[in-house]
Design a protein around this ligand. Structure first.
Ligand SMILES: [Zn+2]
Length: 342
């Protein structure tokens, strides 16, 4: 049986965030894209320095109401992005869709996450999809802030998307609000979600159908989440002055400090070895994390983490290959076959 680990690397192709010198969320002006224009091209150097198979990346592009508000159309920044990404696309990378539900609040003059106004969300997603789909035949989506609800998952399914890569198994964030306005900014709930890909139930997007419920056609393909080793969790908690047990779980980020990447990668290779079955390592990053700024994320971490993958492959005697998101979906479907919930 094939014990290869499939490495799937996703990029939330967002503008620069304020902590990386980008526009603050209380500004209704065009954002900057230095992460894309200055950071992303440096990745080719990193990839060229590797003798082995070159990584594949799936670039999820913004097309949503915030972009429409700032540029006049949902797919407004497409030219800036494609000037840089065309080279990657020609190399075999994939383009997907990354819609955020940022909505401008007139009262507080601030962007916030719209999760309640279903009509607004429906239009935001409908127009965003239509705008980007004119340029690319879209099959995959990764929602902004990893957010989904039953209605957004059903909408993505109705749009004909084959797979969603938003789930963070076992994690949720329901409390992160802008202090003054109490408006939401970064909420998601995947608390009950398991790590294997599944067809979401129409009753609850976070799990597969049970007891003959209806399920959607779209495949939910979770990002890899792992438990941080205790010593790292304690060190991190002391540094942050916060012992929040939820933070024991961590999402795979290819640009993250290798000390926080290797335990997750090791878990994947170890399981692949034990299960003797194909496994997936699904991680993500943002372009601004490639800028030369000090912090937890960086382009040198990206390179070191690729080396860690190679090292673990030899250590566990398990092969690996880089796949785009759609190739991973195809592989999973072929491997798991047709599954019926009823
Ligand atoms: Zn995003």
């Amino acid at each position: 049986m094939d014990t290869t680990v499939s490495i799937v690397t996703l990029c939330d192709t967002d503008p620069d965030r304020s902590r990386y010198g980008g526009v603050h969320i209380n500004k209704r002006i065009e954002p900057t894209w230095r992460g894309v224009t200055d950071g992303v091209p440096k990745l080719t150097k990193v990839f060229d320095s590797i003798n082995k198979e070159k990584p594949k990346i799936t670039w999820f592009l913004r097309s949503d109401d915030q972009m429409k508000t700032l540029y006049g159309e949902s797919v407004g920044p497409i030219k800036v992005l494609m000037d840089v990404l065309v080279e990657f696309k020609d190399r075999g990378d994939e383009i997907g869709w990354h819609p955020h539900l940022w909505r401008w609040d007139e009262k507080f003059d601030i962007w916030h996450q719209e999760t309640d106004d279903l009509e607004w969300i429906d239009i935001c997603l409908g127009e965003g999809y239509k705008g980007l789909n004119k340029y690319f035949d879209l099959h995959i989506v990764r929602m902004g802030w990893d957010f989904h609800s039953n209605s957004t998952m059903i909408k993505c399914d109705k749009l004909g998307l084959k797979a969603d890569f938003s789930a963070l198994p076992g994690l949720r964030n329901l409390e992160y609000v802008h202090k003054k306005s109490k408006l939401l900014q970064n909420t998601y709930d995947w608390n009950i979600t398991q790590e294997d890909p599944y067809r979401p139930s129409t009753s609850d997007y976070r799990r597969p159908a049970i007891n003959c419920e209806d399920s959607l056609s779209i495949l939910e393909f979770p990002v890899t989440v792992f438990e941080i080793p205790l010593y790292l969790y304690v060190l991190k908690s002391i540094k942050n002055f916060s012992f929040d047990y939820r933070l024991r779980k961590s999402v795979m980020r290819i640009t993250k400090d290798p000390a926080f990447f290797e335990p997750g990668a090791r878990m994947v290779f170890k399981r692949a070895k034990e299960k003797k079955a194909p496994s997936f390592m699904c991680s993500y990053f943002h372009p601004d994390e490639l800028l030369p700024l000090r912090g937890l994320f960086s382009i040198s971490n990206f390179k070191r983490n690729l080396e860690i993958i190679d090292k673990l492959s030899r250590e566990y005697n398990v092969g690996y290959k880089f796949l785009t998101a759609s190739e991973a979906v195809e592989n999973f479907v072929t491997y798991s076959g047709k599954q019926s919930s009823c």
